[in-house]
Ligand binder design. Structure first.
Ligand code: ATP
Ligand code: MG
Length: 266
């Protein structure tokens, strides 16, 4: 029996205009998307199409000019601990150790120490950095730092994880490993993930659904369900099915006449 999925985040007729004294930039135009609870979705699109803007609005760090964001069917009004964010640039606190960075949000929440200890241990072990717990960020590689940033976000148990090109600065091998780890994390403890990238392969590998955006003004030009096995290894990227979807999204992104491609099926 088909069950209708619960919608976690819904975006209704959303527009974003950046205004200054001299200029007006229509960054996002009429965005309508529904993201199901525990769904992993990616948003791909050319540079400047409004991906980060959209994510910041989801995080409550920026406001839409018009339209609504519904979180659990209620209009979202600002930032909240129900949403965790991982940015492209490494945003660890440089004066705190790996362990202290992961513990940071739990301390803010005044979580009792034994409970916080358990969570910190769990995520240190999940990201494979237990032996690095007392190191400072400057002593870590880029991939390690990003693993700590993800652990720090996850330790707060956000219902929604918002990720803005978190692996953009990593070398291809580390990037592949991080994708695998993130996908495994999501398979093991489901939560809703909104992942921004301009790497089509990354989007297809990680997601259950990929939204494709046009160049500015950013509009959603396609919504592609990724019908690939749930359990994914990196070798999936070499399969015909994977390459087929990747090429389809590539064509959509590089087509000048988006309108004609909205309903492209292959
Ligand atoms: N604070 C701001 N004030 C004015 N314009 C802005 C602001 N932030 C973003 N913009 C403009 O809005 C548009 C979308 O920017 P955004 O950063 O969301 O794009 P993006 O898709 O994330 O790009 P990239 O892939 O390069 O990260 C761009 O034209 C940008 O110049
Ligand atoms: Mg961006």
């Amino acid at each position: 029996m088909n069950q209708t999925p619960t919608i976690k985040i819904s975006c209704k007729n959303l527009n974003k205009i950046y205004r200054s004294k001299k200029t007006e930039i229509l960054a996002l135009q009429d965005i309508n998307i529904d993201i199901a609870d525990n769904e992993f979705i990616s948003v791909v699109g050319p540079s400047g199409c409004g991906k980060s803007t959209l994510l910041r609005i989801f995080a409550g760090l920026d406001e839409a000019t018009s339209g609504d964001i519904l979180l659990d069917n209620r209009v979202m009004t600002g930032p909240g601990s129900d949403r965790g964010m991982v940015f492209q640039a490494y945003t660890l606190f440089p004066w705190l150790t790996v362990e202290q960075n992961i513990r940071f949000g739990l301390k803010l929440k005044k979580m009792p120490k034994p409970e916080a200890d358990q969570i910190v241990e769990k995520y240190l072990s999940l990201i494979g950095l237990t032996d690095f717990r007392n190191r400072l960020p400057k002593e870590l590689s880029g991939g390690m730092k990003q693993r700590v940033a993800i652990a720090r976000a996850l330790a707060n148990k956000p219902e929604v994880l918002l990720m803005d090109e978190p692996f953009g600065a990593l070398d291809p091998d580390t990037k592949g490993n991080m994708q695998l780890q993130l996908r495994e994390l999501w398979e093991n403890e489901k939560h809703t993930v909104i992942f921004i990238t301009h790497d089509i392969e990354e989007a297809v590998f990680l997601s259950q659904r990929v939204y494709v955006m046009s160049a500015r003004p950013g509009r959603v030009i396609a919504d592609i369900p990724i019908d690939l096995p749930q359990k994914r290894g990196l070798d999936l990227k070499d399969t015909q099915e994977f390459i087929h979807i990747r090429k389809k999204i590539h064509r959509l992104l590089h087509s000048r006449d988006f309108g004609n491609n909205l309903h492209a099926t292959n």
